[in-house]
Structures are given as structure tokens and as C-alpha cells.
Design a protein around this ligand. Structure first.
Ligand code: PIT
Length: 435
């Protein structure tokens, strides 16, 4: 049997991407004579099989122009010589991660990404699912065959998606997702709901506009930076956009807009952004909604990171991070803004606990409380915390081995950008199709 042809039907060609343990290939469906993408999993444990079955059935339920469509799936049974694989629509184009290596998106393209992915999330969330790994590498641009037409933005990789309220497949209290884009509640090991995807999309939108990854570096660095400060939103952005991005990245999930609200607002506010370009000289300012909490040298040493640099040059008034009035009209009231301030106080301590789990070697799983402990005192660091780790994807659970590996951008950025911009080099592989 030709191993490059699965079930005498899917002929595998070049690799489109790899993440965790799965590989996505460009392939040909010999029966229907068309090109497809095939994600092939290596043989795995019963838990792996369960995870993959969930991924396939979740994908099968979803249909939207901004979601990569599932055509077929083979779920290997015991003794099956054919591996488990998913057959998907072929998206022939770049992913946002590699696109951003060349600099920020023109503003109208950034708006299109935000609106399209928010629309896709409407369908995902309505189906009771949370993607949980929204990041530039999972956002693909499908080149249009129509001359002059814009590429269609597609969300891929439901490898760690989750049914809201369903039983977890991961070890209780562990954190999964890609560190640089994780919501605070994912960092804390809490139950991520749809609002976690909105948070990640907020970070992606910010990065698409500025070209700067907000929380770069290793998982330790990314999570420590998240604990220390909210995303820095350029003061030059129109107020409504600052408000929208600020609301999307609110620490309190209940304060974030829904996917529908983001989709509507992104399109409605698009004209305000026309002509905006990131200003390299601009000081990126921290949130005034919540206090910035630089990591102390002691805290930083504890988690193997560096102390945060001192304070910003300018601070936006709190109002500028508030939800824009039009968005407020759309938004149900879901909480009290001030709640985030108090919650922030336990952040560094809790994140060190979470990091203990995230960095634990696979053989020694650790659990983290799924709700933040209100313990005011600093805890001793878990013995397993490493100062630097190679994979930047948070991969704590030994039971879920196919977490996607984060490839940080290797970008000699053409334009100088505001912000830290200290991302490490990344691999040459296209960042999509990981699972
Ligand atoms: C493509 C092209 C490509 C990557 C993908 C598809 C991957 C899609 C995908 C992967 C998943 C998943 C859903 C979609 O759950 O470069 O056509 O793991």
C-alpha cells in the first residue's frame, strides 16, 4: 500500500504545517479530483482518540465562510493500519503569523480580519464551543480566484477547542492554549468561555494594527507580562477603537463584548480607522482601567523572568478604555468595571501557581486550582518551573499531547514599531494547520 495515499483516496503532497504531533498536508482527493488539506495524526492513546473524535465532530457541526470546512474524517479504530485524519477545505494562502512578519496590516485589512474572525466565532460560540487557541498562526488567508478580490479570512485549527460545560479532557486545573494569546482566565486555569476567544482576538487585532506582538517571548515571559500589565493600546488610535480593543481585552470576561458585538462594531467603526498608521514614535500606554503592576524583582526571579521595566510615559484616561457608547448600547451589562482592579491584586501570585502547572514536565503533572486563590502572600515557586522552555505553547497536560507549537515570528521588521518587539526567532514552517 502506498503510504502517501490514505484509504486509496487521499494522496498526500507537501506539508502545509505542523503543530504538536499532527501534520497538515496539501493533498488530492482522487475520487472527487480536487485539492484538499489533510491533517494526519500519529497513533495515540485512547484519550488522544477521544480528543480527535471531539475535534472532528465539532468541526463537522460548523459551517461558515470564515471557518475552514471539514469534508471528511477517518477516526482510526483499534488495529487500524490507517491513521486518524481529517480532510479539510484547502486554504491556499498565507497565514496571519507569516504575514505579520512583514509588518502590520493596512488598517482596512486588520478590520477585515477582526470582523471575519468575530463572525466565525459567532457560529462557533452559538454551537456551544470555544476555540481556545486563537492566534495569528490559526488565521489563514484564502486567495480568491476572482481577480482583484480580497483574500477570504478563515479560522482554522480546532485541535484544542472545547464544548462549553462539557467534561474536560485535560487534567483538571491545567492550562492549554498558546501563551502569548491566552486570556487571563486561561492563564489561571479557570474554565475558558467564549469571552476567552474574544480576549485572544483583541490581542490579534492589536498585533495586526501595530505589527507588534503584545506578549512575546517564552510562556513564562508571556504570562508574566500579562500578569504585570494589560495590553498597551496606541493612544493615536481613534477613541472608539481603543475602547473596543480595551473592552475585548478586559481582564474580567464578563466585561468583554460578544462575538456578534465585535463583528458589528468592527465593521461600523471601520471608517474611523481609514488612514491610521502605527506611529513608531508613539508611546504605547498601559491600561488606566486597572493599575499596572510591574513584577517585582523577587516575583520575576521566582518565575524565571525579568522584572518589568518601569512606568510608561503617558497614561490614557480611563474613559478611553471604556466600551464605546455604541457598543455599550449593544452590550448587555455583565459586570462592574471596578471588579477587575481587585482581581488584579492576586494576579501575579496566581500566575506563578499556574506557571508551575504549565511548565511541569509531562511525567509529573501538577494541578492548579481552577479558581484564583485569594492568598495575599507570595507562594514558594514550584520546583518544576523552568526559566526558559523551548516550546512556547502551553502544554501542561500529559493527556493531550497534540497541542500546537507556537512559532514566534522571526521578523526583521521593516518599520520600527512602538512597544517591546522582542519576539524570539521562529521556525520557517508556516504557522497554520497545527493541532
Ligand atoms: C488548510 C490549509 C492549512 C491548514 C489547514 C487547512 C488546517 C485547518 C484545520 C486544522 C485543524 C482543525 C481545523 C482546521 O481542527 O494550511 O486548508 O486542526
Amino acid at each position: 500500500m502506498d503510504e502517501r495515499v490514505l484509504l486509496e483516496r487521499y494522496e498526500l503532497h507537501d506539508r502545509l504545517g505542523r503543530g504538536g504531533m499532527a501534520t497538515v498536508f496539501r493533498a488530492r482527493d482522487l475520487r472527487l479530483d480536487r485539492e484538499v488539506a489533510v491533517k494526519v495524526f500519529p497513533s495515540g492513546t485512547a484519550v488522544d482518540d477521544a480528543r480527535r473524535r471531539i475535534e472532528a465532530t465539532m468541526l463537522a457541526r460548523l459551517s461558515h465562510p470564515h471557518l475552514v470546512a471539514l469534508h471528511d474524517a477517518h477516526l482510526a479504530a483499534d488495529g487500524d493500519s490507517t491513521p486518524t485524519f481529517l480532510v479539510m477545505e484547502l486554504v491556499d494562502g498565507e497565514d496571519l503569523r507569516s504575514r505579520l512578519e512583514r509588518g502590520p496590516l493596512p488598517e482596512e485589512e486588520a478590520v477585515e480580519v477582526a470582523a471575519a474572525i468575530a463572525e466565525a466565532l459567532v457560529v462557533v460560540h452559538e454551537a456551544g464551543m470555544v476555540h481556545r487557541d486563537l492566534k495569528p498562526g490559526n488565521i489563514l488567508f484564502a486567495d480568491s480566484s476572482v481577480p482583484g478580490a480580497r483574500p477570504v479570512v478563515k479560522l482554522a485549527d480546532f485541535g484544542i477547542a472545547h464544548l462549553v460545560g462539557s467534561e474536560r479532557i485535560t487534567t483538571i486545573g491545567t492550562v492549554i492554549g498558546t501563551a502569548g494569546y491566552l486570556s487571563p482566565e486561561q492563564v489561571f486555569g479557570g474554565e475558558p468561555g467564549p469571552a476567552a476567544d474574544i480576549y485572544s482576538l483583541g490581542l490579534v487585532l492589536l498585533e495586526a494594527l501595530t505589527g507588534v506582538r503584545e506578549y512575546p517571548g517564552s510562556p513564562v515571559e508571556a504570562v508574566a507580562a500579562r500578569a504585570a500589565r494589560d495590553p498597551r493600546i496606541p493612544a493615536s488610535l481613534p477613541e472608539d477603537w481603543r475602547g473596543l480593543i480595551g473592552a475585548m481585552t478586559a481582564r474580567e470576561p464578563g466585561l468583554r463584548p460578544t462575538a456578534v458585538e465585535v463583528a458589528v462594531m468592527a465593521r461600523e467603526l471601520a471608517p474611523q480607522l481609514v488612514g491610521w498608521v502605527p506611529d513608531p514614535a508613539e508611546a504605547i500606554v498601559p491600561s488606566a482601567l486597572q493599575p499596572t503592576m510591574p513584577l517585582s524583582a523577587a516575583d520575576a526571579a521566582m518565575i524565571g523572568g525579568e522584572a518589568e521595566q518601569a512606568a510608561p510615559t503617558r497614561v490614557l484616561p480611563a474613559a478611553s478604555r471604556r466600551v464605546p457608547p455604541r457598543l455599550r448600547k449593544l452590550t448587555r451589562r455583565r459586570g462592574v468595571v471596578a471588579g477587575g482592579v481587585a482581581a488584579g491584586a492576586a494576579l501575579v501570585v496566581v500566575s506563578t501557581l499556574a506557571l508551575g502547572s504549565m511548565m511541569a514536565p509531562a511525567e509529573e503533572p501538577q494541578t492548579v486550582p481552577t479558581t484564583p486563590r485569594p492568598t495575599p502572600s507570595v507562594q514558594a515557586p514550584p520546583a518544576t518551573v523552568a526559566p526558559a522552555v523551548t516550546p512556547t505553547t502551553v502544554q501542561p497536560a500529559p493527556t493531550v499531547p497534540e497541542q500546537p507549537a507556537q512559532q514566534a515570528p522571526a521578523k526583521p521588521d521593516p518599520k520600527p514599531k512602538p512597544g517591546p518587539g522582542k519576539g524570539p526567532g521562529g521556525g520557517p514552517d508556516k504557522g497554520h494547520g497545527k493541532g
